[in-house]
Design a protein around this ligand. Structure first.
Ligand code: SF4
Length: 371
């Protein structure tokens, strides 16, 4: 059975979306118009860029856009090219673009069994647009085609009135309640919960869905990580348009995936400066911080339905159960110290830059006002 070698967080930097969900970063920042770039890569480029030989084994590839991942028709071909390289892909989608799912359902079986979908259940938006049936038909089309599925709700306060309805429709249509994440306010550096409630109140309301996901996310929410982090060595954050690679979110560019002649960078973050591990349900559970005790990613994503069937198909279930430390070497204490020292000096430089930048921005603001 395959074990995860690397984690590739592949970002499609477009805000284009057919939904306008109230909690979405794009909505909060009114950024739907923000990106007019076209996806100018070819399937051959993608195939070459994601060649398994460059990464040393099968990777977990998370394919996600700022807006809707499947909005560009070309993404279907790119998805196929990545799967043909032997990787496991989890594609994040609002589940509304039926034509794309019909195309994907025609992929060969050996590709579909390594494909998983995170279907974001945008409940109020689906109600507003009259697309609830379409959403669940698409989920079930992917499931019957042989792909793995998981349905996830990002709860906002306005949805509390629908809790019973949401549980009922998920049981009826996909055999189990959806998983629950925590809506976060990315506009604030401390990344608080996006709610009028305190985090504890929010958790008490939404933990009734019996979801491992919200349980784990709550346990690590707004906690600085002290364990050594292998992001950058065992994972990369990649911009699919430009090819820029970063060690993790908010890190500087460390290479380009379309630079085929250069080896893939393998330098770890060591010490994370963020107020909590972004997307810890995936980054931590697949093992970027091996000293942290976490459930497996399968425990976060899977559901066993009333009829005994499961959301994750056998290959994906086994792959999501593996940890990065099973197929990568751990560093010695000395090596770790070296990387932590570098990370601390990076954080210091960043803080100094911020302190210098503030008065400069203020002064230029005053000058602009006076113009
Ligand atoms: S702790 Fe999480 S967010 Fe921070 S660098 Fe590591 S993986 Fe990235």
């Amino acid at each position: 059975m395959d074990k995860v070698k690397k984690m590739l967080l592949v970002h499609i930097p477009t805000g284009r979306c057919n939904f306008k969900c109230p909690y979405c970063f794009i909505t909060l920042n009114k950024a739907w118009e923000g990106d007019r770039d076209e996806l100018n890569r070819t399937e051959d480029e993608i195939r070459k860029a994601f060649d398994m030989k460059r990464f040393g084994g099968p990777c977990y590839v998370n394919l996600c856009a700022s807006g809707e991942t499947l909005i560009y028709p070309q993404v279907v071909g790119f998805l196929k090219a990545i799967l043909e390289n032997g990787h496991y892909v989890e594609l994040v989608t609002n589940g509304s673009l039926t034509q794309r799912f019909q195309e994907i359902s025609k992929f060969p079986k050996e590709l579909l069994e390594r494909l998983s979908f995170k279907f974001s259940l945008q409940y109020t938006e689906l109600l507003r647009l009259g697309l609830m049936d379409t959403f669940f038909e698409n989920v079930n089309l992917m499931r019957s085609s042989g792909a793995s599925i998981n349905v996830e709700l990002t709860p906002v306060d306005e949805e509390e009135q629908y809790i019973d309805e949401i549980k009922k429709i998920c049981k009826e249509k996909v055999g189990a309640w959806c998983h629950i994440t925590i809506a976060r306010d990315d506009r604030d550096e401390k990344i608080p919960v996006l709610s009028e409630h305190t985090l504890d109140e929010y958790y008490n309301i939404w933990s009734t869905f019996d979801s491992n996901m919200i349980d784990f996310k709550k346990s690590v929410f707004q906690q600085y990580r002290n364990e050594f982090c292998y992001a950058g060595a065992w994972s990369l954050y990649i911009n699919l348009f430009t090819g820029d690679m970063r060690q993790c979110y908010q890190k500087p560019v460390c290479g380009n995936i379309y630079d085929y002649n250069r080896p893939i960078p393998e330098k770890p973050v060591g010490k994370c400066h963020l107020s909590h591990c972004y997307n810890a349900h995936m980054l931590m559970t697949l093992g970027l911080l091996p000293d942290a005790d976490t459930p497996t990613y399968t425990q976060i994503r899977n559901r066993v339905c009333e009829d005994g069937s499961e959301w994750l198909q056998p290959k994906v279930k086994s792959f999501f159960n593996s940890k990065l430390s099973e197929s990568n070497e751990l560093y010695s204490e000395e090596e770790k110290k070296k990387y932590i020292k570098e990370a601390k000096s990076f954080i210091r430089r960043r803080k100094i830059k911020k302190i210098i930048k503030r008065p400069i921005t203020k002064i230029s603001g005053i000058i602009n006002k006076e113009k």
